[in-house]
Design a protein around this ligand. Structure first.
Ligand code: M6R
Length: 602
């Protein structure tokens, strides 16, 4: 969701910015733009609605520039259009900025300072750049002071990069709540929303923290707080392989990422193994978890669905009561907490604003927290007490697949290590079980042709669909339904199989696809009965069952695995069904409409 890049140095800024924006495409956007200062010190602004490819066509490639800023915009204030695309400029065109986040008091700021200014866009961002210009041009403040004074007046979230065309040897940056990194190079420096955008240029990054300002030139990079105190911070090395960011021979990242899941399972075992080949987690995390009387899992979307499975694992294996909450609800309607809560934030990106606002509150309450994330150094990781990494490699497709299964696997490892220490389980079986899971996943990803046929038969023309299941199969149904709707736009509900008859069965018509997931022996018969109820009313039914519980006419039979880990395997055919359904409908599988990968606004 929105992305920022900035460059200052000897190379051609234009190309570096455009390449960087391409690397940020996965976050979701609907317009893009760059502003570059040419070697003759002239500013050039290029903006376009739609894809970066369109922006590339719009850019004047004869301009040679060595400083610039760029942006991908996911519309919040104002429709997606060239007018609303970033960068935005002050009326004088002296100041140009790009901005991620949402300014909550933009109307008040406008009323207080900018009543006489004619705005040219509908964005909250234009208010920021006009305010900087107002302080610089009306009050005569130096650029840095005007910048600081403007952002102090803002309420909300922001990551900002600013160029003053009267001093184009500096790019300024600031942030509050929205992520921003500074990258260090030899004779150049960069700014970016995430390291992926600039990993081709450098792997040395410095985090900018909330309420800090960066002053970036080609040879120096300094950080200070709003009071002017200089802040020294070491860089870290981003462990990203730029090859991981390519999709190779795959037509879409989503398919690549589905296929990577068996390898991710095996990698996780290696990453969490100690020198004695036992699964191991930082003892401080385990001790803090075991000292708690209740776990609260906080997450959104797919990560929330992984949390539902995590609850079952933590309760069964480590026997700690666990609640799972949608982060956007929890923050503003917090339930009565137990005496010793332990918070687990699950987030592929580590940047989800809804989850972060809960973490801010739990930190204020000094409650212990663990983030389970794919992105080292992400905001949630930095701001929580502990982090467990997913080691899934970059997930580029908007629809989350390998992060979901990695989240469940990491929670399984956490539960097992805690259970062994607590004595609620006697022996470790997880390394073996995850090996079997990896093999089972491989069988399913190798069976794509069959699943593609099923996608054509069941989902090619339907407008709606249902996934049903009980227990863990219900949790997977929720994830399967989200996956299908987000990339194929088929209205799909994930439903507790037994609940269907209490009203929703009224929606079943001739041909409505209803897919039952059946991996739990104790409820398998009930789920099959519920599926029959829909079939009797015309539904086009499919069964995904586990070997041992299967019946001869089940369409997909997944290999047998430890039932507690069945979601890791039963989800695979549902991911592939979504992928092929989206593909057959001619959708952009990796970049579904209206969605963003990293949801950095509440
Ligand atoms: O980065 P996060 O895991 O915190 O993201 C949460 C959701 O936005 C994300 O899972 C979303 O639901 C995905 N598009 C699902 O495929």
């Amino acid at each position: 969701m929105c992305g920022i890049v900035g460059y200052i140095g000897a190379k051609d800024a234009k190309d570096i910015l455009l390449n960087g924006l391409e690397k940020l495409e996965y976050r979701g956007y609907d317009s893009a733009g760059i502003y570059v200062m040419s070697n003759e010190q002239r500013g050039h602004l290029f903006k376009e609605k739609g894809r970066i490819a369109a922006l590339k066509d719009r850019v004047d490639h004869s301009v040679e520039a060595n400083a610039g800023i760029g942006h991908t915009r996911w519309a919040t204030h104002g429709e997606p259009s060239v007018r609303n695309a970033h960068p935005h400029q002050s009326t004088s065109e002296r100041f140009t900025i790009v901005h991620n986040g949402v300014i909550e008091n933009y109307q008040e700021v406008r009323d207080a300072y900018l009543e006489d200014i004619e705005l040219v866009s509908d964005t909250d961002t234009e208010i920021i750049v006009q305010l900087i210009a107002w302080f610089a041009e009306e009050e005569g403040l130096a650029t840095l002071d005007a910048f600081k004074k403007a952002i102090v007046a803002l309420e909300g979230s922001y990551a900002i990069a600013l160029i003053d065309n009267t001093n184009p040897d500096i790019v300024y940056a600031a942030k509050n709540k929205s992520p921003l990194l500074l990258g260090k190079g030899d004779g150049f420096n960069v700014i970016c929303s995430d390291a992926m955008a600039m990993i081709k240029e450098t792997n040395q990054f410095v985090e900018l923290m909330d309420k800090e300002v960066a002053i970036v030139s080609k040879d120096s990079l300094s950080i200070e707080n709003y009071a002017g105190d200089v802040i020294e911070r070491d860089h870290y090395i981003a462990e990203l392989d730029s090859d991981d960011l390519e999709k190779g021979t795959y037509p879409y990242y989503m398919l690549k990422e589905i296929d990577e899941q068996p390898a991710v399972m095996r990698k996780l075992v290696l990453k969490y193994q100690d020198e004695n080949d036992h699964l191991s987690i930082d003892p401080k995390i385990i001790d803090t978890l075991l000292a708690s009387d209740r776990v609260y899992i906080i997450a959104a979307g797919t990560s929330y669905h992984a949390g539902l499975v995590g609850k079952k694992l933590i309760e069964e294996v480590a026997q700690i009561p666990t609640e799972v909450h949608v982060s956007s609800e929890f923050g503003y309607n917090t339930p009565l907490l137990s005496e010793k809560p332990f918070f687990i934030f699950i987030s592929q990106s580590g940047e989800t604003a809804d989850s972060r606002q809960v973490l801010v509150k739990t930190n204020e309450m000094k409650l212990p927290s663990l983030t389970v994330t794919n992105v080292a150094g992400s905001t949630l990781s930095r701001e929580s007490d502990f982090t467990l990494l997913l080691h899934a490699g970059p997930e580029i497709a908007v629809a989350s697949t390998k992060a979901y299964t990695a989240q469940i696997a990491v929670l399984a490892i956490l539960a097992e290590v805690a259970g062994l220490k607590k004595g609620t389980i006697k022996e470790s079986t997880l390394i073996h079980d995850l090996g079997i899971v990896a093999n089972a996943m491989q069988t399913l990803v190798d069976d794509k042709d069959r699943i593609e046929e099923l996608a054509s038969e069941y989902l090619s023309i339907s407008r709606n669909a249902f996934y049903i299941g009980r227990g863990m199969d219900y949790h997977v149904s929720l994830e399967a339904a989200l996956k299908l709707k987000e990339i194929s736009y088929v209205q799909t509900e994930g439903f507790a199989a037994g609940e269907l008859k209490h009203g929703t069965i009224a929606l079943i018509e001739d041909g409505t696809p209803v897919i039952a997931i059946v991996t739990e022996g104790k409820v398998a018969g009930h789920t099959r009965g519920n599926l029959q109820e829909t079939k009797a009313r015309g539904a086009h039914t499919m069964v995904i069952s586990m070997d041992g519980l299967n019946r001869p006419d089940d369409q997909i039979v997944i290999p047998k695995v430890n039932p507690l880990l069945s979601p890791l395997v039963s989800v695979i055919p549902t991911q592939l069904l979504s992928y092929f359904c989206s593909l057959h409908r001619g959708n952009d599988v990796d970049k579904p409409r209206n969605l963003a990968k990293s949801v950095t606004v509440e």
